[in-house]
Write a protein that binds this ligand. Structure first.
Ligand code: TXA
Ligand code: MG
Length: 319
């Protein structure tokens, strides 16, 4: 029997009983539980096989609730919340003591966002507690952008995926931390860096492969297919290296004519970065099922969402 359902009251009932429910957001599906339930939070880590040092994002229904989660809201954090929430930006701020250490991996900061998805906003409004929700995939594997992706991962582990269709943005939220009240990008994501800079001015991107990263989404190998993946500026050159192999090819805008290629998917025939982001993970899920020797991905233009997509593809190549 399928665990996919549109029944919000069932989701409310399960979450209230400290169970997990996978929830839709505009970015990717999340594996959600009550932030104040130790049982639920432990189950999130166990289900994902996620190390406890990797903290979770707290999801709230409105920016007004931010002050109940964090102690101090820098001016630029408020500007970003006002500009982008509900939407794919996560703010990392000093936590209130009431926020459990399990959520924050013992850090004194907590990651918070208001997701832009009607079903999940409705769910959050009906609950008396916020939801912790990491992406609903086993640690290091490709994030889910459809209810079916989640079901394929966790049908034996969880009771319900709340169906909210396929995720419109398709890659995770952009994470912003603060140092001396100044914003820093911890993880590139669905809100383009240029849009953020238009609100708060020039912003630095911090760290890529520290051992104990500020945001383990920055761990080098993450978001990865099981199939060997290669990222290239020059698809024709890369194809030469895999002549007698079963190749899956992801191109940005234009397909390549080559009879060796087993499967080829073009992200956006109009060269639209938003469309490309929304399709990326589904394409990786599809290709990863085809027993290919290699997935070759064409690098996208390195601005706007292209920069975030390249970041994810680059991590997918780290074996
Ligand atoms: O779009 C998203 O952000 C999705 C949806 C479900 O909301 N969630 C998501 O969660 O991507 P997750 O757990 O896969 O990634 C959360 C990232 C991790 O890289 C984690 O290290 C970082 O947020 N993070 C959480 N709390 C943090 C903190 N206090 N300081 C620094 N990084 C933090
Ligand atoms: Mg994740």
């Amino acid at each position: 029997m399928s665990i996919i359902s549109k029944d919000i009251s069932k989701a409310i009932s399960l979450l209230t009983k400290e169970q997990l429910v996978a929830i839709p957001t505009e970015t990717v599906y999340g594996l959600a539980g009550n932030i104040y339930s130790e049982k639920a939070i432990k189950a999130i880590f166990e289900t994902k096989k996620r190390p406890f040092f990797n903290p979770l994002i707290v999801h709230i229904s409105s920016a007004d609730l931010l002050s109940s989660i964090v102690d101090h809201i820098p001016e630029k954090a408020q500007l970003l919340a006002d500009a982008f929430w509900p939407g794919p930006i996560t703010l990392v701020l000093k936590k209130k003591t009431s926020i459990p250490d399990l959520i924050t991996a013992g850090k004194d900061t907590v990651a918070v966002r208001v997701p832009n998805h009607l079903t999940t906003l409705k769910l959050l409004k009906a609950l008396s507690f916020p939801l912790a929700a990491p992406s609903a995939n086993p640690f290091s594997s490709i994030s889910p952008t459809t209810a079916k992706h989640v079901e394929d991962y966790f049908k034996n582990e969880i009771k319900m995926v709340l169906d909210g269709g396929s995720c419109k943005s398709g890659i995770e939220s952009t994470i912003i931390g603060f140092e001396s009240d100044n914003p820093i990008i911890y993880r590139l994501g669905s809100t383009p860096i240029e849009a953020i800079e238009a609100i708060v001015g020039k912003i630095e991107i911090k760290n890529k492969k520290e051992v104990a990263p500020d945001a383990p989404g920055m761990l080098e190998r993450h978001y990865a297919p099981k199939t060997k993946t290669v990222l290239t500026h020059n698809v024709l050159e890369a194809l030469k290296l895999y002549k007698n192999k079963r190749v899956g090819l992801i191109t940005f805008q234009s397909a390549i004519e080559n009879s060796y290629i087993e499967v080829q998917i073009t992200l956006s025939q109009t060269g639209d970065l938003k469309e490309s982001a929304s399709k990326l993970y589904d394409v990786l899920h599809q290709l990863d099922k085809k027993n290919l020797d290699v997935i070759i991905a064409e690098k996208l233009p390195n601005y706007g969402l292209g920069k975030s997509i390249n970041d994810r593809l680059n991590r997918a190549t780290k074996g």
